[in-house]
Design a protein around this ligand. Sequence first.
Ligand SMILES: [Zn+2]
Ligand SMILES: [Zn+2]
Length: 349
Amino acid sequence: MVGVVSPVRKTPALRLTAWGDPPSLADADVPEPTGTEVLVRVEAAGLCHSDLHVLDAAPGALPYRPPFTLGHEIAGQVASASDSFAVGDRVAVHGPWGCGTCRRCAVGEDNYCDRRAELSWSGAGLGRDGGMAEYVLVPHARHLAPIGDLDVTQAAPLTDAGLTPYHAVAGLTLGEDAAVVVIGVGGLGHVAIQILRATTRARVFAVDVREDALALADRSGAHRTLLTRTDTAAVLRRESGGADAVLDFVGSDPTLSLGARILRPGGALVIVGSGGGQLTVTKPGPLPQGASVSLPFWGSSRELREVIALARAGHIRVETEQFPLSAAEEAFARLREGRIRGRAVLLPG
Ligand SMILES: [Zn+2]
Ligand SMILES: [Zn+2]
């Protein structure tokens, strides 16, 4: 395969070089695609709370090692032709790269790759060089989804902040009058509310500790918003009649406890956030009878295409704050302080 850029040219990339170090902008080589690889010129790369979990990870805690370029929410233009894409095609990158050969990967479910435990990466920007750079090398064209005329600053966050809640909601069976509680209205939570409104008839309740997050929930279409207080569980139980599903985008001890207390018998507790909280699963125990607990991770390439279609049809709009790549440090600091409204997106171009 012929690269369209010189392999010796240097470009800025936001690299994690050692566990515990802050990420830093470094000069990286423009990668040269070989075999099935496709070079993508990055135009937008979203920042995710899981990037903070990566930065804060103790050595050995994650199944991969630095150095690598951060960034797992990527959109841009194809920069090296492949069988299915031409140079200049506008694409989003399906980020959970698996082994590429197991039965799950064969159908685009790399998020549940059967060899996940053997791999030394979780995906783009997670052990492999990601999209907080001018260029990213994508292992195979099957990880690319066309975005048509969708803005790249929308397409990039949709690959996780859209795809992850879409996959979580797709796993639910919700009747006509179901009540769903969304805990944590950040980058993923506010998109989850829009997906619930666009694809289900559920009554949507949103809970957060921040007033401005509740305003975002309101704009996203939540029927009812509640600030977290000592009586939140009682109020939610009374108003919802018991939640058919709780989508916990935080995953801390207090949010898991809240989720268990407001669930209706037979309800579903869906733990999306990687907050590291613990919930005791015993029978009997804190969860109601018939409850199910799931730990969805990201989503499939088919679901990414469905999310992009929903956005192109006007059903989903990610609220973003945009930063040049050179301001990545500030963007990360604000994310850590909870001062990003919706999703932070870096613009490497
Ligand atoms: Zn993420
Ligand atoms: Zn696989």
